[in-house]
Design a protein around this ligand. Sequence first.
Ligand code: ZN
Length: 198
Amino acid sequence: MYDGVIQELIDQLGRLPGVGPKSAQRIAFYLIETDSEVALELADVLREAKEKVRFCATCGNVSETEQCSICLDPKRELTSICVVEDSKDINSIERTREFRGKYHVLGGAISPIIGIGPDQLRIKDLLKRLSDPEITEVILATNPNLEGEATATYLIRLLGSMEITVSKLASGLPVGGDLEYADDMTLGRAFEGRKRVN
Ligand code: ZN
């Protein structure tokens, strides 16, 4: 234990995902020992990000404006919506360059263990968007793990009877993992090889 604000900094850093106590201590000392500018710039950008970044009113992606750049892009196809758990997944799929439609971020996946059911996800918003007759395909790109599969199964049942093609990423993605960690080529192939499920 350190005195006062140093320990406070270590404790705060230790709350971040993926940062254990040892890393928290290492980062804290790096920030204290390094040029004051580096640490202060980090503090500034952190504040700015927290103040400016919000969620797109249409798709739920991170955005600095009411609607995100993908929703505002007139070159994106309006006919298909790719459903993902997280904003981070949009970034992974964009890197594959396989998809030119729009996205819908659920904000998580169904997980009874931590008390997340369909009502906690942005599923009602998705249904609202799907009432637009221009949309002909929904691509389910939830994570290839238990929660992601449960969410996809739920959505297949929910959307199955609609006049829309519902497809799901092809297998081949590392099971149990996150889309976030899939390499671009594997994810690109899974996207290209997506299968119709309704
Ligand atoms: Zn958007």
